[in-house]
Design a protein around this ligand. Sequence first.
Ligand code: 3PG
Ligand code: MG
Length: 403
Amino acid sequence: MMDLDKLKTTDGLDVAGKRVIVRADLNVPVRDGQVSDATRLERLVPGLRDLAKHGARVIVISHFGRPKGGPDPQHSLKPVADKLGELLGRPVAFAGDCVGEAAERAVAALRPGDIAVLENLRFHKGEEKNDPAFAKQLAALGDIFVNDAFSAAHRAHASTEAIARLLPAYAGPLLMDEIDALAAALEMPRRPTAAVIGGAKVSTKIPVLTNLVAKVDKLIIGGGMANTFLLAEGVEIGKSLAEPDFTKTALEIMHAAKARSCEIILPHDVVVAAKFEAGAPSRTVPTLEAPADQMILDVGPKTVAHYADVLSRCHTLLWNGPLGAFEIAPFGEGTFALARAAAAMTKAGALISVAGGGDTVAALNAAGVTDQFTYVSTAGGAFLEWLEGRTLPGIAALIGSAR
Ligand code: 3PG
Ligand code: MG
């Protein structure tokens, strides 16, 4: 467990005239040169504005996509920088390289209160290698380092790890929000606590499930991975997506849960169809009657009611992963209905609800309840690694930072 109390925040920090390097996560979806979902940028804006307001010379650095360690116009941060400027309501300078002459020139031109974005960090091999020499080049651009990219904190890269050891290093406001929300849900929650874990595969979430059974009181399982648990219990699941090689793992998780007094809850009615296609004829059946020639694609209404009843007796909810194949109608109904129930409980002040992970956010957006959850993380991999109980290198480096 990381000693989060040791994190230094930017509250009250004197940044006037200082060159402040902000590690942001500008890795947003871009289609045809346009940012198609600006959520991550919107969340960065208040923190950046605050630094500028206090007279910092703000230098924003980020990765974008997965270029192969060299310049690649397809992965330029320019359109993202433009969008960020639009959201900030002010011009943002852009440097065509994150180190060297172009970067130095852009930084030298900054007056107090100005903001510049530097080109994609991953155009340099040193970034993903956590290369100290590359980190030194980055660090030379600033006086202070602020990490405001929780969603990249699971990467031990030069801009998240090595650099934090070279400059006075601080946790940014967005990173602190994420940590506070996760701590409220997982480290010191109001009990009883529930986790909803969905998604296609058990195999990708074994460490998450293993960590959670030791932490939460109720573990609600949905999505394709519930099929593997059902299979492990000897239930016939027809043509449903499942991982037969992981039924043993599922059993082990169930045993571990029992030993920890964590109740694992599986669907008792399901929506089945012969094909996974939009508008495919579907019907709801008790789980034990799933037809041999059909596949389970969602949880049924009785299951949703049961899950909602469980949540109504809990005070804290952690949610990762959809309960069904929500991308295709009508197989999102179970996820949407439970999301609405959780949102209503949150609104009534009865539940602290924290959700995260790429698909989860998309599902909550589709249900129209994202704003009603206590906190919805925009992090994918970092959120999962936190749920696994792992130390995130980007955060550990801030804690261990020498100065
Ligand atoms: C994300 O989108 O999950 C983060 O920006 C991390 O990106 P990565 O998986 O390419 O490191
Ligand atoms: Mg990712």
